[in-house]
Design a protein around this ligand. Structure first.
Ligand code: ACO
Length: 431
């Protein structure tokens, strides 16, 4: 953060003294006004429900320019990372700040690969869930429970403990997500296969069975790896902010990531891909493309409560760059699997075409977000709808843990404690 000579002056119309507040510049993006002394000097808080104009932290991990539709991880455009790197290289980048060289890549792969197994008792733990539990309920519980199974290295002030926790989380999330899936469908759990790639191994644990050989389809592997890259981090979104706030109390990383998973579950956030696919299936069942116009009228009727899921974003006021890449992947996967005529893809394309021309969406700058096409890809791969958010959580774990680590080592690290504008009754007596 570079200090600038600029100061912001805040004056009040009720005669209170004027205050000067420092303004800081980031590398790129909007400046920030440092209001930390505001309460001490004026007895006043700022009010910003939903964090519409509040930078909750400084960070050097991810940058989004919502107007341009740009997303950078550690300075690298998401398009270049999606084109040239695999997910584990991106994890290395997020965690350590640089893409690994060839030796570093092999070492990182070896490290992650050697932590893919989970403690055997975790299989008993997962069996305690009801057979029809939502995978996100299982994931929240299982990741929280990792602090019980891996409590040997939980000192958050010890860099080696933080590093091993990060590796364990990235390595074990695919195993745990696959366990949640297998448990739900009543199939035996598959142990990780360390001769496969990170993503190939995940596909094996999801779709392999002990009865026959499982061959990883390379197109599917690449598509899923891209989904992981596109979902790996997204600066201070709701779940990442949850991880940071939860972790700011000094709790262990597994507890903080479990809190992030719980937050991600909501339909306004990671749950949107599931909600989006449900929406497409519903329109398809009601008549498909012919019913798109009617559906769009409902969306535009603000009393209906119907939203076009997979559209709109708090930060992107342009096409989400991840949605473009996802649309590309969607075409590739559907072609490779002989599903070019997939009716949901056609439906999605038609919804997008109409929305991009419609005044309601244009005026509000609503564009497809990453979730608009990711559900169609996952469905084509064979991943059931209720697993979509779990896949997102698997990928976002890399970003969450990198952000958590950055927070712990930040000079400004302290417990997060927002304040409020109290509007309840003043002091009163019971009798
Ligand atoms: N469909 C229809 N109208 C919408 C949509 C949508 N998907 N999204 C926003 N709007 C409208 C709102 O009704 C509002 O209209 P108004 O000004 O007439 O009241 C205006 O656009 C602004 O919307 P807000 O809800 O105020 O925007 P906010 O930044 O708070 O919400 C959000 C962003 C939650 C993503 C919203 O666009 C949404 O609900 N989208 C659908 C869910 C979704 O796809 N979420 C995934 C987000 S990406 C991710 O988490 C990976």
């Amino acid at each position: 953060m570079q200090r600038s000579d600029t100061k912001a002056t805040l004056s009040f119309s009720d005669g209170r003294a004027t205050v000067e507040l420092p303004v800081y510049k980031g590398t790129v993006g909007p400046d920030v006004v440092d209001i930390r002394k505001l309460y001490g000097e004026t007895g006043t808080f700022t009010f910003d429900p939903g964090f519409m104009a509040t930078a909750s932290t400084k960070s050097s991990i991810t940058y989004i320019d919502g107007d341009k539709g740009q997303l950078l991880y550690r300075g690298y455009p998401i398009e270049q990372l999606a084109e040239n790197c695999d997910f584990l290289e991106v994890c290395h980048l997020l965690l350590f700040g640089e893409l690994p060289d060839e030796d570093g890549k092999q070492e990182f792969e070896r490290l992650v690969t050697h932590h893919t197994m989970v403690k055997e008792h975790m299989y008993n733990f997962v069996r305690g869930f009801h057979h029809d539990a939502h995978p996100m309920a299982i994931l929240t519980g299982m990741v929280g429970a990792m602090s019980a199974f891996y409590h040997d290295q939980l000192d958050i002030n010890n860099p080696e403990d933080r590093r091993i926790s990060a590796i364990r989380l990235i390595a074990k999330l695919p195993t745990i997500v696959a366990m949640a899936y297998k448990y739900g469908i009543g199939q035996p759990f598959m142990y990780p296969q360390n001769n496969l790639s990170y993503t190939g191994n995940f596909l094996y644990m999801m779709f392999g069975t002990p009865c026959e050989d499982y061959q990883v389809n390379e197109v599917v592997e690449r598509a899923l790896d891209r989904i992981f890259i596109l979902h790996a981090d997204h600066e201070q979104n709701a779940s990442t902010s949850t991880v940071r706030l939860c972790g700011s109390s000094g709790t262990n990383p597994y507890a903080a990531i479990a809190a992030g998973i719980a937050c991600l579950w909501g339909p306004a956030h990671g749950g949107a891909n599931e909600a989006c696919l449900n929406m497409l299936e519903q329109i398809h069942a009601q008549g498909g493309v012919a019913k798109v116009g009617e559906f769009m009228e409902q969306v535009k009727d603000r009393t209906s409560g119907v939203r076009l899921m997979g559209f709109g974003h708090r930060v992107y006021k342009n096409y989400d760059p991840r949605a473009k890449l996802m649309q590309e992947t969607c075409k590739e996967v559907l072609e490779a699997l002989g599903l070019e005529d997939d009716p949901l893809f056609k439906l999605a394309m038609e919804l997008e075409r109409i929305a991009l021309e419609d005044e309601y969406f244009v005026e509000r700058r609503l564009y497809p977000n990453v979730d608009f096409y990711s559900g169609i890809v996952q469905r084509a791969i064979g991943i059931p709808t209720d697993m979509f958010t779990g896949i997102f959580a698997l990928a976002r774990t890399a970003g969450w843990i990198a952000q958590w680590d950055e927070m712990i080592t930040d000079d400004d690290f302290r417990i997060g404690r927002p304040r409020q504008l109290y509007v309840g009754p003043g002091e009163r007596n019971v009798k």
